[in-house]
Design a protein around this ligand. Structure first.
Ligand SMILES: [Zn+2]
Length: 349
């Protein structure tokens, strides 16, 4: 009997020690995770540990081939969009762009839905009409992913050094336009891509409806993506969004796409899946290192629980300048990003 009691005591102490080690181990782990963000060499480890990805890229189906994306045609779309001039929320040229996008994707057999609402900007009197465009492929599928971009342009080219240039016509080719042009071209290939998930291209309004200049933070940002995300969250028969990839400034020459910090903090595995595909398919613009810390439409999607990342070149030298024109964009850059996306779509479950 005594021996049994001794054994029980030994086992209990053993469990206690194990629990103590485990607890402290966990504490160290979370501290590590915080520090790791600042250690570009250690991006791999955290991404592998993380559970953010709800689907997991299917490593077995490595046979998925990139879509035969036509970069020249994508560039033509970009030029067509920019020829409309500035596309500020609520403007006549914005409405023209909406009609152009609707017709384009309907002709390709997609279901196009306008999500129209009224928005109020703090620094502007009155309300403005905004419209997110949702372009659905295989709309009957409940499990879906999002590729998204914004399509409005900023009323003020606020990075111009001379304030007299701020109000000149600003076409914002790479910032907004390039994502739309890429999706317009990718739309041609969607029916041939063997995807197990349904795909929504979501084009946000109200990302650039900002009238204040640097130093002032009174205006509301991400009005369109916030509206989209909150509407999805509240809808009773909502679909299941497994992931979202935001495209912002993906067409610059000498494109560099390091990993944006919020994307990595919130959805590291999704980052790893995308950047791994880029490596496999020699899309050299994608660089597995720490990039800028950018608040963008993806953070609104993440707030409602959708794993979401931003593919962004935040070192684009023409950002918010009059020189952000199609001439400063690159066919090759759009092709690289589309190559990665088209493989990712096919691998996603
Ligand atoms: Zn912008």
């Amino acid at each position: 009997m005594k021996r049994w009691i001794g054994l029980v005591v030994v086992i209990a102490m053993g469990l206690g020690i194990m629990f103590w080690i485990n607890k402290n181990g966990d504490a160290n782990n979370s501290a590590d995770k915080k520090n790791r963000m600042f250690d570009p060499d250690d991006l791999d480890a955290y991404a592998n540990e993380s559970q953010d990805s709800q689907f997991g890229a299917d490593r077995v189906r490595s046979d998925a081939k990139p879509a035969p994306f036509d970069g020249k045609r994508a560039m033509k779309y970009l030029e067509t969009i920019c020829a409309l001039g500035p596309r500020i929320s609520g403007s006549a040229s914005m409405r023209k762009q909406q009609a152009l996008i609707k017709k384009h994707f309907e002709d390709l057999g997609a279901r196009v839905t306008f999500q129209t609402f009224e928005a109020k900007q703090n620094s502007v009197k009155g309300k403005v009409e905004m419209t997110n465009i949702i372009i659905s492929f295989q709309p009957e599928k409940k499990r879906r992913v999002i590729l998204c971009s914004h399509y409005d342009t900023r009323p003020i080219a606020d990075q111009e050094t001379d304030p007299r240039d701020w109000r000149k016509p600003f076409v914002s080719a790479n910032d907004g336009g390039s994502g739309v042009a890429l999706l317009m071209e990718l739309g041609h290939h969607m029916k041939d891509l063997k995807t197990s998930v349904g795909v929504d291209f979501v084009i946000f309004d109200g990302e650039e409806y900002i009238f204040e200049t640097e130093g002032v933070r009174r205006d509301r940002y991400f009005i369109g993506s916030e509206y989209f995300a909150q509407s999805w969250r509240k809808s009773k028969d909502r679909c299941d969004y497994a992931a979202a990839i935001l495209l912002d400034m993906i067409a610059g020459k000498d494109l560099k796409l390091p990993v944006e910090v919020h994307s990595y903090n919130d959805s590291p595995r999704l980052c790893k899946e995308v950047w791994d595909i880029a490596k496999e398919h020699h899309a050299k613009a994608f660089q597995w290192r720490r990039g800028h810390n950018v608040l963008d439409d993806h953070t609104e999607l993440h707030k409602v629980g959708i794993p979401a990342i931003d593919i962004i070149d935040f070192d684009y030298p023409h950002w918010h300048r009059l020189s952000d024109t199609p001439a400063n964009c690159s066919i090759d850059s759009m092709e690289q990003v589309a190559r990665v996306l088209s493989v990712w779509l096919q691998r996603t479950k």
